[in-house]
Design a binder for this molecule. Sequence first.
Ligand code: ADP
Ligand code: MN
Ligand code: MN
Ligand code: MN
Length: 341
Amino acid sequence: MAKYKLEYLWLDGYTPVPNLRGKTQIKEFASFPTLEELPLWGFDGSSTQQAEGRSSDCVLKPVAIYPDSTRKNGAVVMCEVMMPDGLTPHPSNGRATILDDPGAWFGFEQEYFLYQDGRPLGFPVDGFPKVGQGPYYCGVGYKYMGDIARQIVEEHLDLCLDAGINHEGINAEVAKGQWEFQIFGKGSKKCADEMWVARYFLNRLCEKYGIDVEYHCKPLGDSDWNGSGMHANFSTEYLREVGGKAYFEALMAAFSEHCEEHIAVYGPDNHMRLTGLHETQSIDMFSYGVADRGASIRVPHSFVKNDAYRGYLEDRRPNSQGDPYQIASRILKTISLVPKP
Ligand code: ADP
Ligand code: MN
Ligand code: MN
Ligand code: MN
């Protein structure tokens, strides 16, 4: 038997963006525990905007477990928050009610800024870097990238891979101090769980560097610096295997009709980012286009090849603070409204 350190993670009750919370319990197991072996646990909901002080117990229900290579016998346990009966989802528990489909694949591209002393890593104390946007995207060299960022990004990548998270890649982004990682998963819950846990690993890793992760979609406001998105690439079994132009056009008509409902779950303050500039479409417009990074939905060349209209699509509107559970679920909902010919 060995004593395992189980970090139970959950999303708190703050709005519009929940915070990640975690606490550790020690349990003995003969080998790395399975999800079924993990007990329910509780926490004080009055400290997380999830309960009143007089009746403050909330229940943590494990839904996924990941090895944590930073700790001896460590694991991160993603949880749903339940009411004291352990059966009813807490109102803040959005995961319990989302649409899921193992045949639906998602690839989220999480963009973020590294922040130190209240400004992007590498920015001068006052004003902006001498060199504006241009050389930073996928850039190399100390004068563009600095010396700490890449260390963080690489360590984060290894943490995710050690945890079995389907991390697909990393790149430096358009603004100085801005980076991206991509996570791909089959099923909305699986992919979104991995995104939340990857965010947790990044936030925790940055503590020792005295750096914060800034997920706001436009931290530099109305300036000439890019904002941060979380493009949602998606495909269903039907889109991958059958597709076709008529189905695609019906799908885009449904996305257009439900534009507002999508924007409602695509992250707060998105009007600051979706301006029509900086590789975005305006927040109140819906458009799609082949290889068009100024469209709401970018259609990859591979999708229209040989007029097949098969494969995956990229919704560019979700932002960096968006909740991947709600984003994936809304995409599945709109898809479900479109009859297959
Ligand atoms: P870009 O920066 O050019 O938009 P990325 O390489 O950053 O592209 O992201 C593309 C994403 O698309 C990846 O996360 C990948 O996992 C995802 N993806 C690729 N194929 C599919 C598919 N069939 N269904 C869903 N997502 C996919
Ligand atoms: Mn990308
Ligand atoms: Mn990007
Ligand atoms: Mn993209």
